[in-house]
Design a protein around this ligand. Structure first.
Ligand code: GUN
Length: 294
């Protein structure tokens, strides 16, 4: 049975480290980190995520501002809100929760965010800096995975790391981070996607398998090399009448059978998910302390 890589516990450790730093900042009379989040519309999942981010800010002693806009807001109006926050010296970090309504260009909005405040790490400036291995705000999910590998002392140098999924938010940055010269990193990386031929043959050679495909229980035990480290980024709700809520959460990996074969694995829930908020808080602390752009 695999070691459980506990994202819930690790994220709590990171949050208490951040809270400790906030206490020091307050004692020194420094600036308390302040995160602003823009939420457009009433998408249920987005509201849940944003509420969790605001609550996490409170827990570590950050200030936060939530700007809620109707889903009928024009692109121009949204860009103006971003600009105002860019220019507001009280606010250190800004996130615009995605997805946005179809009439708004994600590219235009992302490009409007001042890179110095882009704590989601989505702007071209931060993606480029990350790829160059310069100081950067690294997107929350890949950064959370890197932190888990580090805190569980997972050996990555010379290992074959297979990433499933090439999204801008997870798969693509993950492949860059795992290949970079450093720890965690120095892996030989294969980035697989919807056009990959013989996926299962490739995943069977993975020492580290990072799954961000967005398909429930897609990875089965026959696709996994014995002793592999398996990181599951997926999160799906499925109906379960035995639960009070009426549903349970599952990942992109068939947990039970893969856990039998892997040497370490992240559960869903309680794996990668909780780490994303810890990463966002960490980036906001970096922003307040001007550690990335100086
Ligand atoms: N939607 C899904 N994931 C994210 C994220 O990490 N940041 C933002 N802003 N929106 C998201």
């Amino acid at each position: 049975m695999a070691i459980l890589i506990d994202g819930k516990k690790t994220s709590q450790e990171i949050q208490s480290e951040i809270a400790g730093r906030v206490s020091e900042i307050k004692a020194e009379g420094g600036k308390v980190p302040h995160l602003a989040a823009i939420l457009v519309g009433n998408d249920g999942a987005s509201q849940t995520y944003v509420n969790a981010k605001v609550k996490a800010c409170e827990q570590v002693g950050f200030e936060s501002t939530l700007v809620r806009l109707e889903d009928t807001v024009s692109e121009e109006e949204l860009l103006k809100v971003v600009e105002d926050i860019n220019e507001n010296p009280e606010i250190d970090g800004l996130i615009v929760q995605l997805p946005l309504p179809n009439h708004i260009s994600v590219e235009k909005v992302t490009d409007k965010i001042k890179p110095e405040k882009d704590v989601d790490g989505f702007t071209p400036s931060n993606v480029g800096r990350m790829a160059l291995n310069w100081p950067a705000y690294v997107a929350a999910t890949p950064y959370g995975i890197i932190e888990l590998l580090k805190r569980y002392n997972i050996e990555t140098s010379g290992k074959h790391c297979v990433v499933i999924g090439r999204s801008h938010i997870v798969g693509s940055p993950m492949s860059i981070l795992m290949a970079r010269n450093g720890y965690p990193g120095n892996s030989t990386v294969t980035l697989t996607h919807s056009r990959t031929v013989n996926l299962s043959e490739i995943t069977q050679t993975a020492d580290i398998l990072i799954v961000a495909i967005g398909k429930p229980e897609f990875v089965t035990a026959n696709m996994v090399k014995p002793g592999a480290v398996v990181i599951d980024v997926g999160i799906h709700r499925i109906a379960d009448t035995s639960k009070k809520s009426g549903f349970r959460l599952i990942g992109d990996v068939k947990f039970g059978e893969v856990a039998e074969k892997a040497s370490a694995i992240t559960p869903v829930p309680g794996g990668v998910g909780p780490m994303t908020i810890a990463s966002l808080l960490y980036n906001t602390l970096l922003a307040a302390e001007k550690k990335v752009y100086g």
